[in-house]
Design a protein around this ligand. Sequence first.
Ligand code: FAD
Length: 449
Amino acid sequence: MSNANTVSSTWDRPFAPPERIPGEADVVIIGGGIVGVSTAWFLAKQGVRVVLCEKGHIAGEQSGRNWGWVRIQGRDTREIPMMQEALRIWDGFKEETGEDVGFVRRGCTFAARTDREMQAFEEWVQVASEYGIDSRLIGPDELGKHARDASIDWAGAVFTPSDGRAEPHKAAPAFARAAEQTGASILTSCAVRGIETSGGSVSAIVTEHGSVKTSVVLCAAGAWTSLFCRSLGVAVPQLKVRGTVARTAPGADVLDGNLFDESLGIRRREDGGYTVAHGAILQHPITPATFRWSLKYIPALLQEIKVLRLSFGKEFFEELNMPRRWSLDDVTPFEKTRVLNPEPSQKVLKGIRRNIDAMFPQLADTPIVESWAGMVETSPDVVPMIDAIGSIPGFHIATGFSGHGFGLGPGAGKAIAGMLTGVETGIDLRPLRLSRFFDGSPIKPQATI
Ligand SMILES: Cc1cc2nc3c(=O)[nH]c(=O)nc-3n(C[C@H](O)[C@H](O)[C@H](O)COP(=O)(O)OP(=O)(O)OC[C@H]3O[C@@H](n4cnc5c(N)ncnc54)[C@H](O)[C@@H]3O)c2cc1C
């Protein structure tokens, strides 16, 4: 097993600052995760002059560190139309761009150990049928065909054959290249420090390498959105949980798709190995934001109470000492942490190893060859916030994708591009407006992180 202190070569690579930056753009996007790059691609396809600024690497944070599940199963109904569109985009991406991101539809299975869990799955199957989604309940015999020779005595599962998976280290970089080839400027090692306004509206963004004049900005800055927006006087609720992930060497053929059980989240990789995480541990390092936003997060906290592990340590003091405002002429927190690279938990990694061996004895000799962690940023009802910010005309946010934004990313990109240019996409973004957390609307998570 790799040591927690080992930084894999995937994250530890040289930065490539831009040689020059365009002086002007129709739209500037802050953040080169799957949401930012997909939006850039759809804007470029509309002929919009778009510049994307990423402080580190494309997909250096959540979008390159996730499990790679592209699923509609179990989603909040507010995300379903966007996810249906996302699946269509994943399907057609290779043919349209020539880029292979490893997307295949091999199904998604949530397995149940008890009849009570099966009842909860029944509710989703009802919802799915209303949207024409092919989810169905399966018994232990059929489950045995998806999770081959597993040694758990499952009661059954919910299975969605049309769900898929893709390779996170390939996907966002491929969307970024597609955007670039369609005319977008993709700038890496280019932190955005802030924005300038004229008469209250956006007039430019200021990066560490100079300014870009623009009247439209999208902040798709993942775990950094709340900090960035706070410096502009815009409140965006955001808390983070750390997810530890492991990759095995190629191993026995026990699974084609994605499988979740209370002990393990596991999917087959295109290299024949498995991407694996613990099924029942979400680690939340307590920070000042935990207290600031606690009331809004009570429903989500109660929902995740069984799997949530709170810790108190350096993250609290790092956030406490983080400036809230800064001069646009000085180095900002975004340049100081080019890539948010939390350490994987050794304790969780041990649990993952134990749980693999217990579930799939045929993988007991298959080594874990890489491990990493990612900070999942969540909204209070664990669905995204995609909105125009009324107090600063021209400024928009797309954030809070809450542990399931990788699969959704391309659909979100299309919808956000439509929001920015007024092109109709048929995807209703009103349920995802930021103001739902401030206008007295009930905060009700429908799905898990
Ligand atoms: C461990 C883990 C497992 C997950 N598993 C899944 C899964 O299986 N399926 C799924 O659908 N989702 C999954 N997710 C969630 C998914 O990865 C995220 O929802 C999605 O990647 C969010 O994309 P994003 O573009 O919004 O953010 P990010 O990928 O975090 O990108 C934001 C980018 O903005 C940049 N940035 C921030 N501030 C600035 C600035 N001031 N200037 C310039 N750049 C800036 C950052 O460097 C970063 O690269 C998982 C997440 C994690 C961490």
